[in-house]
Design a protein. Structure first.
Length: 363
């Protein structure tokens, strides 16, 4: 909680950035440098860890302790990432999904992941296998391309994407999160455009679609999409980091989204652990649009009701989560008891303790 607001962070990650997890290609090495740059240049110094700590295998335990002992995040969405041609385990493995679902079912929801460039038959088989092991999964995470060789697919492909979405819906998936706007290292930009989301939204009105990294590129197109389609949402992973050093840029994106779609179509996320949630939550709670932005976009000032929607209410609505019941389930768990007794721990203190003790970061 932050104040009285129940906080859901639906895009969190326990990366494996070890040398031996990198595929042997320049794109993989370049993308790891990009991820380090996001951490080291977009976060203030007090919210950073060392490169040695960063280039490790982040455990599920570390993720949980950082989120729930050091920040106001109450519930998080852990995702199986399928960056298979960049990393041997895709960057965030299915095994970590299994661990968080088993150990902390009231603190995590899970997203399964497939690689559409592998073909429909492979995707359907892997989707069913993962859902058999994680039947409570509510999301499917997708990436638009792979490398070595470069290849991509589209969300509006009736022969590949639509059968996949149909199967996901039949298996109980509520939301499809697609990585857009931010290219994964030195790769072509075209697959990261958002124009293909429209067809998916039209043909699957009972599924929800999250445009992840909304506004960092193609902001106008994203704003029009979330304004036109009731089942398309702006997910602010990485975009929220602008609150640290580029508040004016963040204001432009948020104002544009509010002008076209209001605050009910915007989902807070940050991508922790490569950033820390607590300072971003604090900045968003105190954030106000300037008079210039209010005039430019013709919107009303953000209220605490608006912020509660962005920080958790909107996501709870699209996945069918009862917030009061979720609060009750975690009210006396290990994390809530520790925070009541000791208060929030310092940002990244759990990570530094593990590193300082010389323990393995991998789970």
């Amino acid at each position: 909680m932050i104040g009285d607001i129940f906080v859901i962070n639906p895009t969190v990650h326990a990366y494996n950035l070890r040398d031996d997890n990198l595929r042997d290609n320049e794109v993989s090495r370049g993308f790891r440098k990009t991820l380090w740059g996001l951490h080291s240049m977009w976060n203030p110094p007090e919210y950073q860890v060392t490169r040695e700590m960063y280039y490790s295998d982040w455990s599920a335990e570390l993720l949980a302790r950082t989120l729930f002992l050091e920040s106001g995040v109450d519930l998080a969405g852990n995702q199986n990432l399928r960056l298979d041609s960049w990393f041997h385990d895709g960057l965030c493995s299915h095994e970590k999904n299994l661990e968080v679902a088993e150990r902390w079912p009231d603190r995590f929801v899970t997203y399964v992941g497939v690689d559409p460039t592998a073909g429909l038959d492979v995707c359907l088989r892997e989707l069913r296998e993962q859902m058999a092991q994680l039947p409570r999964s509510i999301g499917l995470k997708l990436y638009p391309d792979q490398v070595q060789p470069l290849r991509s697919w589209r969300m509006d492909d009736p022969s590949l994407a639509y059968p996949l979405f149909e199967a996901a819906q039949e298996l109980g998936i509520r939301t499809i999160a697609v990585h857009k706007a931010v290219p994964n290292g030195p790769v072509p930009m075209n697959p990261y455009r958002v124009d293909d989301v429209d067809g998916a939204a039209i043909h699957f009105p009972d599924l929800n679609f999250e445009i992840v990294h909304s506004g960092l590129a193609f902001a106008d197109e994203t704003a029009h999409a979330i304004g036109r389609f009731p089942n398309v949402y702006a997910n602010l992973e990485i975009t929220s980091l602008l609150l640290h050093k580029r508040r004016g840029f963040f204001e432009e994106i948020l104002g544009l989204f509010m002008m076209w779609a209001g605050t009910r179509k915007i989902i807070y996320s940050d991508g922790s652990l490569f950033c820390h949630s607590q300072p971003l939550l604090e900045r968003l709670v105190e954030f106000e649009l300037s008079e210039r932005a209010l005039d430019k976009f013709g919107v009303e000032q953000l209220t605490m009701t608006d912020k509660a929607l962005i920080l958790g209410g909107n996501y709870a609505r699209i996945v069918g989560l009862d917030i009061e019941q979720a609060k009750a389930r975690i009210a006396d768990d290990e994390f809530s008891r520790a925070v009541r007794e000791h208060g929030l721990a310092e940002p990244y203190s759990n990570w530094r303790a593990v590193a300082g003790a010389g323990q393995a970061v991998a789970g």
